[in-house]
Design a protein around this ligand. Structure first.
Ligand SMILES: Cc1cc2nc3c(=O)[nH]c(=O)nc-3n(C[C@H](O)[C@H](O)[C@H](O)COP(=O)(O)OP(=O)(O)OC[C@H]3O[C@@H](n4cnc5c(N)ncnc54)[C@H](O)[C@@H]3O)c2cc1C
Length: 307
């Protein structure tokens, strides 16, 4: 099979990847985005995005993904629907192995994103979007004036609980320890917010009909179980960056995110990291898109130096 040669290979067609593709294609480079599922990445799994600017009535996440794809393809970027199965990123010519052939690229954008860590409960996946949520900033409004449980005890859980407390009738934070791991800055606001705490407890089951109706929690000290009625469960127990493919080639920070700064450069020349897989304080569509634009700027600089 022939090897396709491009200036820029973009691994992952989420908002970060397609923005990088748009900017690189507009700059005149040949670009292929390799996406294993559908354009849009994580946002394609949500029916409503209300915080991406320019859509005054919100936008369906899947539709936004398709629009990003078409926007990049208008300038000549191509999409290869395939799974990236291997990469060789160290040399001047980067090799990308996929389930639909091999590519060689002069520069590579790593944009395979990150996934929310799940609690691992049997019903959890099936109830995603039907009461189980992983992003309070994104989905909080759907639970306005309702009762929600937040699972977790770190900064994300604290921030999610505070965000939800402004919208919801009641917020109950369930944590397996007797104190939060969250930064001090959250503690006083949390106390004042009216958030209720269920300490030393872990969620062992989700109660549901078509939608979530409650959770079952176990006291980790006594083993006693009880049910807490609620309309939604926000899981905030961390994220898992999808970086296993290149973990042995680019430098990762301790939690597995690619160690790239605001320039999106990695420790390998010609390899750039954008969006949720990069170490950064806020993982959202708009920040992934921003990374994509920044990456294209430095890719152009890199490729012109190489020429
Ligand atoms: C349910 C949900 C709702 C959300 N709602 C909002 C919201 O309303 N507003 C907001 O700003 N943010 C929201 N977010 C967060 C937002 O979607 C992410 O921050 C954003 O999508 C990150 O973009 P990304 O380009 O870094 O990666 P991702 O969106 O994670 O995309 C990565 C892409 O890479 C592909 N990929 C991974 N591995 C491979 C491989 N080996 N080969 C080929 N392709 C691969 C994946 O299929 C995926 O399409 C939400 C997230 C979720 C899960």
């Amino acid at each position: 099979m022939s090897v396709k040669k491009v200036d820029v290979a973009v691994l992952g067609g989420g908002p970060g990847g397609y923005t990088a593709a748009l900017y690189c294609a507009r700059a005149g480079f040949s670009v292929t985005v390799i996406e294993k599922m559908a354009p849009g990445g994580q946002m394609a799994t949500t029916g409503r995005v209300d915080n991406y600017p320019g859509f005054d009535e919100g936008v369906d996440g899947f539709e936004l993904g398709e629009r990003m794809q078409r926007g990049a393809e208008r300038f000549g970027a191509e999409t290869l629907f395939a799974d990236v199965t291997g990469v060789e990123l160290a040399g001047d010519t980067k090799r990308i192995l996929t389930t639909d052939g091999e590519l060689e690229a002069r520069a590579v954008v790593l944009s395979t994103g990150a996934s929310p860590r799940e609690l691992g409960l049997p019903e959890e996946r099936e109830l995603r979007g039907r009461g189980v949520a992983y992003c309070a900033t994104c989905d909080g409004m759907l639970y306005k004036d309702k009762t929600v449980v937040v699972a977790g005890g770190g900064n994300s859980a604290a921030a999610d609980a505070l965000h939800l407390a402004k919208l919801c009738k009641k917020v109950i934070l369930v944590h397996r320890r007797d104190t939060l791991r969250a930064s001090q800055v959250y503690l006083a606001p949390l106390r004042e917010s009216g958030v209720e705490f269920v300490w030393n407890s872990r969620i062992t089951g989700i109660l549901h009909g078509a939608q979530v109706t409650g959770v079952r929690v176990e006291d980790v000290k006594t083993g006693a179980e009880r049910e807490i009625p609620c309309d939604g469960l926000f899981v905030a127990v961390g994220r898992v960056p999808d970086t296993a493919l290149f973990a042995d080639q680019v430098k990762l920070e301790e939690h597995g995110y690619v160690d790239a700064d605001e320039t999106t450069r990695t420790d390998l020349p010609g390899v750039f990291a954008v969006g949720d897989l990069r170490s950064k304080p806020l993982r959202q569509i708009v920040t992934a898109a921003s990374d994509g634009a920044v990456a294209a700027h430095f890719i152009e600089e890199y490729l012109l130096q190489q020429a």
